[in-house]
Design a protein around this ligand. Structure first.
Ligand code: PEP
Length: 255
C-alpha cells in the first residue's frame, strides 16, 4: 500500500519559516522518496501558498489545509472554504483532528459533514479518529472508533460509493492521550487500534476498506517511527511536534 508521512504544523511558522522548512524538505525528498510514498505538509492557512510554491512539481510532495468550513461560500466570519484552500495550492485537508474535536468542540456529525463536503468538492481528505484516555481506560476503544467512522460512512451521499474512496481518503488514528504528550502508544495498542479500524473500514465498504491507508499519529519521533511504520495496518504517520524541524521530519520519513 501507498505510504503517507504527513506533517501537521498546527499554529506554528510564518510564511518565511514555512518556506524555509519546505525548501529543506524539497531539496532532498524528490531524490530519496521511494515510489508510492507521499509526504504531505499541513501548514497554517497563511503559509499554504508559500509551501505550495516550494513543492510545485516536486514528486511525492503535497500540501494541505488543517481546517475549513463545509459550505461553498457565505456569511461565516473567520472560516475558510475548500475552493479558497485549493486556490492557494492545497490538495489535501484534515478533518476531525483531535484539537478540532476537543479544543473547538467539533462533533462527530460536523466532522463527518466536513469530510464528505471536502471529498465531494475534490480535495483529498485525511479523517482523524481516536479515543481519549478515559475512553481507553473504560474499554471503549472499539465503540469510539466505530461511532466516529459510522458518522462519516453514513453521511456519504449515494454517489460516494466505497470504490471511489481509495486514493482520496486516508484515516489517521491518533489516540488523544498520545498527541503532543510525548506518550507514544505501545506496539500492542497501535496494532489493536489499527486492526479495529481496518475491520470497521471493511465492514463499511468491503474490499475498498483494505485499500484505505491508516496512519498512526501521537508523539511520533525519529527514534520510534521505524518501529511504528513496521506494524501491521500502519500505512503512514501523522507527525506534529517532530515535523517542525526539517532534520527530524526527514529522519522520520527515512525510518
Ligand atoms: C498531531 O498533531 O496530529 C500530532 C500527532 O502531534 P504530535 O506528533 O506532536 O503528538
Amino acid at each position: 500500500m501507498h505510504k503517507i508521512i504527513a506533517a501537521n504544523w498546527k499554529m506554528y511558522k510564518d510564511r518565511t519559516q514555512a518556506a524555509t522548512t519546505a525548501g529543506e524538505l524539497a531539496a532532498v525528498l524528490p531524490e530519496i522518496l521511494p515510489a508510492g510514498r507521499e509526504v504531505i505538509v499541513f501548514p497554517p492557512f497563511t503559509a499554504i501558498e508559500s509551501v505550495a510554491r516550494v513543492f510545485d512539481g516536486k514528486k511525492g510532495l503535497a500540501v494541505g489545509g488543517q481546517n475549513f468550513y463545509p459550505a461553498p461560500e457565505g456569511a461565516f466570519t473567520g472560516e475558510i472554504s475548500i475552493d479558497m484552500l485549493r486556490d492557494v495550492g492545497a490538495q489535501w485537508v484534515l478533518a476531525g483532528h483531535s484539537e478540532r474535536r476537543h479544543v473547538f468542540g467539533e462533533s462527530d456529525e460536523l466532522v463527518a459533514r466536513k469530510a464528505v463536503f471536502a471529498l465531494s468538492h475534490g480535495l483529498k481528505t485525511m479523517l482523524c479518529i481516536g479515543e481519549k484516555l478515559e475512553e481507553r481506560e473504560q474499554g471503549s476503544l472499539y465503540a469510539v472508533l466505530e461511532r466516529q467512522l459510522t458518522a462519516f460512512f453514513e453521511a456519504r451521499p449515494d454517489g460516494m460509493a466505497g470504490e471511489t474512496l481509495p486514493g482520496r481518503l486516508a484515516i489517521a488514528y491518533e489516540p488523544v492521550w498520545a498527541i503532543g504528550t510525548g506518550k507514544v502508544a505501545g506496539p500492542g495498542e497501535v496494532r489493536e487500534a489499527h486492526g479495529v479500524t481496518r475491520a470497521l473500514l471493511e465492514r463499511f465498504v468491503g474490499d475498498s476498506g483494505k485499500k484505505l491507508p491508516i496512519l498512526y499519529g501521537g508523539s511520533v519521533k525519529p527514534d520510534n517511527a521505524g518501529a511504528l511504520i513496521a506494524l501491521d495496518n500502519v500505512d503512514g504517520l501523522l507527525v506534529g511536534g517532530a515535523s517542525l524541524e526539517a532534520q527530524s521530519f526527514l529522519q522520520i520519513i527515512g525510518a
